[in-house]
Write a new protein. Structure first.
Length: 336
């Protein structure tokens, strides 16, 4: 049994783009009193790790680093391990908690480096953390872990189901969606995202969060305005539909409409990121999709000079501009 409950000065690096990542950080704050928080997306994960390494080398009172809900891909996984090894070599205890697919060889390298790996592709990260720390926190925090599972489409998994079934489903869905929209509306405001995570760590419910109502109303209007545009401008291939956009919405939000409105096995939404001359893609699969999208995209994106990966039915990718058409055509061929 893993024991990580000694009170130490710790840092948490967690995913900033969804409920699972924000709640994961909140649960660590609530259960282990973690006070130093970095919220990241996939493109700035390695840079954030560099900063944390610098912090730990300058201040020897830091003894632990938690990394939550940030998956790896074939392009960044070895650099990621190199940076973790620097932390370990400086006597920093590293705990990596995640649910994205990891290659067996990478999992083996992680554990051999002395890193504590808590990894289950069948449960979202916040549910894993809740079960790890449940004896150290009030049961109200199971509500937030349930929200993480629901918004990650993993509420039917064994541990998540036990949590979700404790609550009125309508209320849980309302609070989960409210929190998800607040997070999506605030991606450019890291300080506000940190304050959301901190408030959740105190047991404050999503509808009680300051400024939440206005943010959710404004964001909902943007989503509503986008729906007809998505329906008209999505391009349909045999097995996938895709939509290129410049909307003030995340691709991870838009892609669900692309998938739902198209009736295809896979939906894709992507936006240009000019500073890296690439497209950022969000990819979702329907129940009819029979391939593990995270594994497929992880391998395929490398063939086109990019990177990617994620879950069975939800993943992301970064693809160079010049290769986007070929990538989409090949992905369409490989979907079954």
């Amino acid at each position: 049994m893993i024991r990580i409950f000694v009170i130490l000065k710790s840092i948490c690096i967690s995913h900033k783009e969804d409920v699972d990542g924000i709640v994961s950080a909140a649960l660590l704050q609530a259960g282990l009193k973690v006070r130093h928080l970095f919220l990241v997306d996939y493109p700035n994960l390695l840079n954030s790790l560099d900063y944390v390494i610098s912090m730990c080398s300058k201040d020897r009172t830091f003894t632990r680093v938690f990394i939550c809900d940030v998956g790896l891909n074939m392009k960044n996984q070895f650099l990621f391990l190199e940076k973790l090894n620097l932390l370990v070599s400086n006597n920093i205890k590293v705990i990596y908690i995640d649910h994205h697919y990891l290659e067996p060889a990478i999992k083996d390298k992680i554990t051999k480096m002395g890193i504590t790996l808590i990894h289950d592709i069948d449960e979202c990260t916040s549910v894993q953390i809740y079960y790890l720390l449940r004896n150290r926190m009030d049961k109200v925090y199971s509500f937030f872990a349930s929200a993480g599972a629901l918004t990650d489409y993993m509420e039917d998994r064994p541990r998540a189901r036990r949590l979700v079934n404790k609550f009125d489903r309508t209320f849980l869905m309302l609070e989960s969606c409210y929190l998800s929209y607040m997070i999506s509306a605030s991606q450019k405001n890291i300080d506000f995202l940190k304050s959301i995570s901190k408030d959740i760590s105190k047991g404050i419910m999503p509808h009680e969060l300051k400024h939440g109502c206005n943010l959710v109303r404004q964001f909902s209007q943007k989503v509503s305005d986008a729906i007809s545009l998505i329906e008209k401008q999505s391009i349909h291939l045999a097995n996938i539909s895709y939509f290129e956009h410049e909307l003030e919405l995340s691709s991870s939000m838009i892609v669900n409409f692309v998938l739902g409105l198209s009736g295809k096995k896979v939906g894709i939404a992507f936006k240009m990121k000019s500073n890296i001359n690439s497209y950022i893609l969000s990819i979702r699969g329907s129940k009819e999709c029979q391939v593990h999208l995270g594994k497929l995209v992880n391998n395929l994106s490398m063939d086109f000079g990019g990177s990617g990966g994620g879950h069975e039915k939800a993943c992301g990718a970064v693809i160079p501009i010049e290769n986007i058409s070929a990538f989409l055509e090949k992905l369409d061929e490989l979907i079954c």
